[in-house]
Design a protein around this ligand. Structure first.
Ligand code: ADP
Length: 211
């Protein structure tokens, strides 16, 4: 069973890689960014709320995001495992996710951090702005998203490092090579964590170290 997260800055290619490795592992990839964009496109109430934040490159508020994820990870296609892409990004989201999973008797067992130098990220994102026309891919908004990533997401990654379930993977080079590196990283963390969900308690605050 793989219940995993992939973390990486905007432009790291984590969306592309997330669906590739989820396919290989036979689990569903859940991207909060994709769910928000779908809702914006369909002009749902959630989409209208999220758009205000997304256009400025800000995070959608935790209560909105957490509720959306809680609902998604309880759908039936998730029972064989999942790969979360773009969530959690704040300490509040880490706690919320621990809460949902613990309630269901589950826990994360793999966290992958995909790394790419900032200069390369900015160049990639500006390129994507031209081809896809995403309204959050302007230079100022890109820099803001990178700053937010470094500020907030560092603490998120650190909380999982403490649990011994994080593996860093180099996100530069050929797309296929990166996919292969990611799969190897998933296998090696799963082996380390005994292939079992790491049981952790939110209540006793020990960080859920699996050792
Ligand atoms: P990026 O990798 O460029 O940040 P995403 O597609 O993951 O792109 O997310 C796009 C936008 O959706 C974010 O800038 C943010 O506004 C919103 N979003 C996605 N995931 C989250 C989350 N976990 N918490 C809050 N906002 C989120």
């Amino acid at each position: 069973m793989t219940r995993m997260l992939i973390m990486g800055p905007p432009g790291s290619g984590k969306g592309t890689q997330a669906s590739r490795i989820a396919d290989k592992l036979g689990i569903v990839a859940i991207s909060t960014g994709d769910i928000f964009r779908y809702n914006v496109k369909e002009m749902t109430a959630l989409g209208k709320e999220a758009k205000k934040y997304m256009d400025n490159g800000d995070f959608v508020p935790d209560d909105v995001t957490n509720r959306m994820v809680a609902e998604r990870i309880r759908q039936s296609d998730v029972e064989h495992g999942f790969l979360l892409d773009g969530y959690p990004r704040t300490s509040g989201q880490v706690e919320a996710l621990d809460g949902f999973l613990t309630e269901d008797g589950q826990a994360l067992n793999v966290v992958i951090e995909l790394t790419v130098p900032d200069e390369e990220l900015v160049a990639r994102l500006l390129g994507r702005a031209e081809s896809d026309g995403r309204t959050d891919d302007t230079e100022d908004v890109i820099q803001h998203r990178l700053d937010l990533y470094h500020e907030q997401t560092a603490a998120v990654i650190q909380s999982y490092v403490t649990r011994g379930i994080v593996q860093r993977v180099d996100g530069t080079g050929q797309v296929d090579d990166i996919t292969e590196r990611l799969l190897q990283a998933v296998y090696s963390v799963r082996e380390r964590t005994g292939n079992l969900p790491v049981v952790q308690s939110v209540a006793d605050g020990d960080g859920g170290n699996p050792e």
